[in-house]
Design a protein around this ligand. Structure first.
Ligand code: NAP
Length: 484
């Protein structure tokens, strides 16, 4: 198979916060990879903007370093890198000030796609939106990309939506959730809606339960102060995990197009039951001899913020009534492993007798570290000795199934930025979706805030607090092992 790279139209992309961590680690190295792949046209331009005083050459030096650090493959590809760096420019401006905007306006071309990446804190979104209009830089068909966190509750998300709506149409706003840009997440839709095999079984009649795990091995590290204001629920569950839940649970959209897909995801969120207190477990990691506890990492003080959360969710609709969805995410867990496991029910009757044991099909969609899909099937154990059964995986790790070249697919950010340029919002969250997600999460947070309970301690390198295990045990189920 040969990779097909379809070039996008010529564009001018302005990165507000172009000197920040996200730009350095993800956006700029990602754009370089797209340039190298031949997807970005030779005339397209990227303009960094931030308060730091710098000229275009200074910015090119900054980007050169970022690419060297975060895209080690770029070494030895000097020709592409020089051509890429020549496409860069920089403007010094303060989102809240008036200087620099005329310079920015002067750099932008007419008749090409114009996109603005707001890679700054949400407190600056309003100021940027206002100035883009006041200085007549925002064209009627320009696009803006906004980052998480999109609010910290329903009220603030609504306020952000209102602010953006004063200046931009919903069709111009790209709320990024990089999980949606992951190859496997899109493959989840391909598996569900491109095959006859799974969809007829994709309901509570055949699916016992679904587990969604996003486990990290690292702690909060240097991000302690930011993280402590947010916690696992706001940082991971409200956005990334709820998006995964939506894609797993949604009805087939009539088309793979922005509104049909987002309408179906919204219906899932609206069908989620309120969560009872006994269906939520919160945890906070303890330290080891070598590693600090959460408490130490957020400034050596007691904190009621959770670094782990597990939830049993229920979707009240015809497809899913009776099939629980168990979600868990946390830091300092046993391994870095994210997956969705669709656990099918037992066969109604075993013709092989009790000795053959219990066997279940499990479809596992692995998001990291190695993206791929695995289907557990039951077969006869080879050899003589009667009908003994054994579970084996039908493994489709993309790198193995497609070959390393095909599996060298773009990182989530690269793909999503190219979608912005193409004007395709399918993999971006709509305003009402984000609000609905906060609407479900807010009462859960309010409930534990009111109770004032501290999160349960859990050991670094474990699977989280024991109560999280109990969340499933009491239903006669168990979490899958956290394993990369
Ligand atoms: P960061 O490292 O603190 O960078 C912030 C950027 O904004 C810098 O370039 C800064 O440059 C610029 N800036 C700050 N105030 C400004 C102002 N008044 N006017 C113009 N520019 C200003 O933050 P980040 O980690 O890159 O994050 C950016 C956004 O992405 C945040 O909303 C964050 O929540 C989100 N995000 C980040 C990550 C990540 O991995 N880093 C992941 C997901 C989401 P100057 O100081 O020179 O102005």
């Amino acid at each position: 198979m040969v990779s097909r790279v379809i070039p996008v139209d010529s564009f001018d992309l302005v990165i507000f916060g172009g000197t920040g961590d996200l730009a350095r680690r993800k956006i700029l190295p990602g754009l370089f990879r797209r340039f190298r792949a031949g997807q970005m046209s030779a005339e397209s331009r990227i303009i960094g903007a931030a308060r730091s005083e710098m000229d275009a050459d200074g910015y090119r030096a900054f980007v050169r370093e970022a690419v060297a650090e975060f895209d080690p493959d770029s070494e030895g590809d000097a020709e592409h890198l020089e051509r890429f760096l020549a496409r860069l420019d920089y403007v010094t401006l303060d989102a809240k000030g008036e200087e620099g905007w005329t310079d920015l306006a002067g750099l932008l071309r007419a008749g090409v796609v114009r996109a603005f990446y707001f890679s700054v804190g949400p407190a600056l979104f309003g100021a940027l939106a206002e100035r883009l209009h006041a200085h007549e830089i925002a064209s009627p068909d320009c696009r803006i990309v906004v980052e998480k966190p999109f609010g910290r509750d329903l009220e603030s998300a609504r306020a952000l939506n209102r602010t953006l709506a004063q200046h931009f149409e919903e069709t111009q706003i790209y709320r990024i959730d990089h999980y949606l840009g992951k190859e496997t997440v899109q493959n989840l839709m391909a598996i569900r809606f491109g095959n006859m095999l799974f969809e007829p079984l994709w309901n509570s009649q055949y699916v016992d339960h679904i587990q969604i795990t996003v486990a990290e091995e690292v702690g909060v590290g240097g991000r302690g102060e930011y993280y402590d204001r947010s916690g696992a629920m706001r940082d991971m569950l409200q956005n990334h995990m709820m998006q995964l839940l939506c894609l797993i649970a949604m009805e087939p959209p009539a088309k793979f197009a922005p509104d049909p897909v987002r309408d179906e995801k919204l219906k899932v969120i609206r069908a989620l039951d309120p969560v009872a207190r006994e269906d939520v477990v919160r945890g906070q990691y303890e330290g080891t001899r070598d590693q600090n506890s959460y408490r130490i990492e957020v400034g050596n003080r007691d904190s009621l913020t959770e670094s782990f959360v597990a939830i049993r969710a229920r979707i009240s609709n015809w497809r899913w009534a009776g099939t629980p969805f168990y979600l868990r995410t946390g830091k300092r867990l046993r391994d870095r492993a994210s997956e969705i496991a669709v656990v099918f029910k037992d066969a109604p009757h075993s013709i092989f007798g009790a000795k053959a044991g219990h066997h279940r099909n499990i479809l596992t969609i692995k998001l990291q570290p190695n993206e791929g899909i695995e289907l557990g099937v039951t077969i006869k154990e080879p050899g003589p000795g009667g009908m003994r059964l054994v579970d084996v995986p039908l493994d489709m790790t993309f790198a193995d199934a497609l070959g390393p070249e095909e599996a060298d697919f773009p990182d989530a950010y690269e793909r999503l930025i190219m979608d912005v340029i193409r004007g395709n919002q399918t993999l971006f969250m709509r305003g009402d979706e984000v609000e609905a997600a906060w609407g479900w999460v807010d009462p859960i947070i309010a409930d534990w805030t009111e109770a004032g309970e501290a999160p349960l301690p859990y050991a670094t390198g474990s699977s989280g607090p024991d109560d999280a295990l109990m969340l499933m045990h009491r239903d006669g189920r168990r979490w899958r092992e956290i394993r990369a």
